[in-house]
Ligand binder design. Sequence first.
Ligand code: ZN
Length: 251
Amino acid sequence: MCFMADSNSKSGVSLIAPQDAGSACWSCGEMRAAHFCNACGKVQPPVPVDYFTFFGLSRKLNLDTALLEREFYELSRKLHPDLNARANQQEQQWSLEQSSLLNDAYRTLKDPIKRTEYLLHLEGVELEEQSKAATEKARASGEIKKQVVPPDLLEEVFELNMQLEELRAQKKLGEDDPALLEEIGKQKLELESKFESLLEELKKYWNEWDRLIDSGSEEGLRKVRDQMVDLLNRRSYIRNLVRDVNEVLEN
Ligand SMILES: [Zn+2]
């Protein structure tokens, strides 16, 4: 992949046709954007563009979400199938498809974690599936789901698992050990605060990524990409761990 250095590029939202989506309007033959023709305003058939391109954005991670939201509402209004009642059936179908694409793109880009995961996906990275659904599916099928313990958490995880084991055993016997509960509660709070702090750490990588996109250092980009992958894996590991703790505490 080649990243062009472009000192004029801004990550502002714009309706100007992104190059990737550029082709002729089906109606007037002028240039079209990802969703509308810039010349005649006719809704266009959806083209396979990524979510950044759909909003006319470059692949940067720092994003003005207020601006994105305004753009989203403006496009929502324009793409609403009911407002295109005079359009023919084909155009209405396109409105519907474009609206659904718009919703997916907005939901993904407005969320800092989803945005990062999506960008990594575009960069060819498939993150380890650690979602709740995947974990439950694995449990239901009796398959043991292995997750690599992040090295900086090894000790804590080991200890916490021992305590959870002890708590499960106590609960089976109908016993109650307030000290153990307090210790587990304390560790849970620490994990939650670590979880929160990862977002701040991630934002440092965003800045690095956005800077490197402009300067075009592929080696640097690869490095930041791997750091973000590592961070997201750590994050979902902690999330799952907290979920396990909650399960034991609630049962
Ligand atoms: Zn047109």
